[in-house]
Design a protein around this ligand. Structure first.
Ligand SMILES: C[S@@+](CC[C@H](N)C(=O)[O-])C[C@H]1O[C@@H](n2cnc3c(N)ncnc32)[C@H](O)[C@@H]1O
Length: 261
């Protein structure tokens, strides 16, 4: 089996062979024993993170390969982290609790244009697609080719994947959901992303920028562009702050702020 096959191609191969059922079961067993042994070795962490069994199946994926691919994706996430820790920023994908908090403030009934920055293997992407309106669109920015390959397996006409830096984000959007490690990225990159994000939500009533971070060090950056409120998600490894950011309200005419420009 070639590592580079798409999910659909792999599924076809499996179906073409009579032993495919056995392979399916083998893949499931592999996944179960792999994640079971992780959970046995680190029970407290597994309980905190809500298990190491992987996120939801990506839309457009197929049963048996989802199990097999989930296990190899865990390894690939870790491998990518080892290669560029400052760019990836976390050793594990977000827990379901962190995903839920990241998406809590979005008005899903009205949002028609959404953006995700730094999708990695698509844990949050799958949840966004699940909650989005059928006529809404999601544009994802991800720079690691390994992750882009995985994201391209998602079959959803509402999804567009941009394989370049989030600094080049453009257009008008209702919500921008960011997992970028702002503190470990080069400062100029972080500031460009925040500046582009601020402009992109400025044209929308109630536009939102949502960001998670593992420390409060990025607050000084966020405050340059937004006003924000912070919540804390304990059930994630490591626990994370979620910042829900909006545009700074325009200064009232005659106020000191407007006087100073
Ligand atoms: C913490 S990981 C994302 C985790 C994932 N969204 C989740 O919730 O499990 C951060 C991701 O941002 C990506 N990234 C880093 N710098 C970027 C940039 N300038 N533009 C787009 N993506 C970037 C990394 O490749 C990595 O996949």
């Amino acid at each position: 089996m070639k590592g580079k096959d798409s999910g659909a191609a792999l599924q076809k191969r499996l179906e073409a062979h009579p032993e495919s059922k056995a392979r399916k079961n083998h893949a499931k067993t592999l996944l179960r024993t792999g994640t079971d042994s992780l959970s046995r070795r680190f029970p407290a962490l597994a309980a905190l993170h809500g298990g190491f069994g992987g996120g939801p199946a990506l839309p457009g994926r197929i049963g048996a390969m989802t199990a097999f691919q989930t296990l190899s994706r865990k390894a690939s996430y870790l491998r990518e982290f080892m290669r560029t820790p400052r760019e990836i920023g976390s050793i594990l994908p977000s827990s379901r609790y962190l995903c839920r908090e990241m998406l809590a403030a979005i008005d899903w009934k009205s949002a028609v244009s959404l953006v995700e920055l730094g999708a990695a293997e698509g844990v949050l992407t799958a949840r966004i697609l699940k909650r989005m309106r059928p006529d809404a669109s999601l544009t994802v920015y991800e720079i690691r080719p390994e992750f882009v390959r995985v994201l391209r397996e998602i079959r959803d006409p509402r999804l567009t994947i941009c394989d370049h830096s989030a600094e080049f984000l453009s257009g008008n959007h209702d919500a921008i959901i960011s997992s970028l490690p702002l503190v470990t990225l080069p400062k100029r990159v972080a500031l460009r992303v925040l500046n582009a994000s601020m402009k992109a939500i400025a044209g929308r009533h109630g536009g939102l920028f949502v960001q998670y971070q593992y420390s409060s060090l990025a607050e000084r950056f966020l405050s340059r562009f937004f006003v924000w409120r912070k919540t804390f998600v304990l059930r994630n490894v490591p626990p994370a702050h979620v910042y829900t950011c909006r545009l700074r309200p325009p200064a009232a005419p005659g106020s000191l702020r407007s006087f100073l420009g």
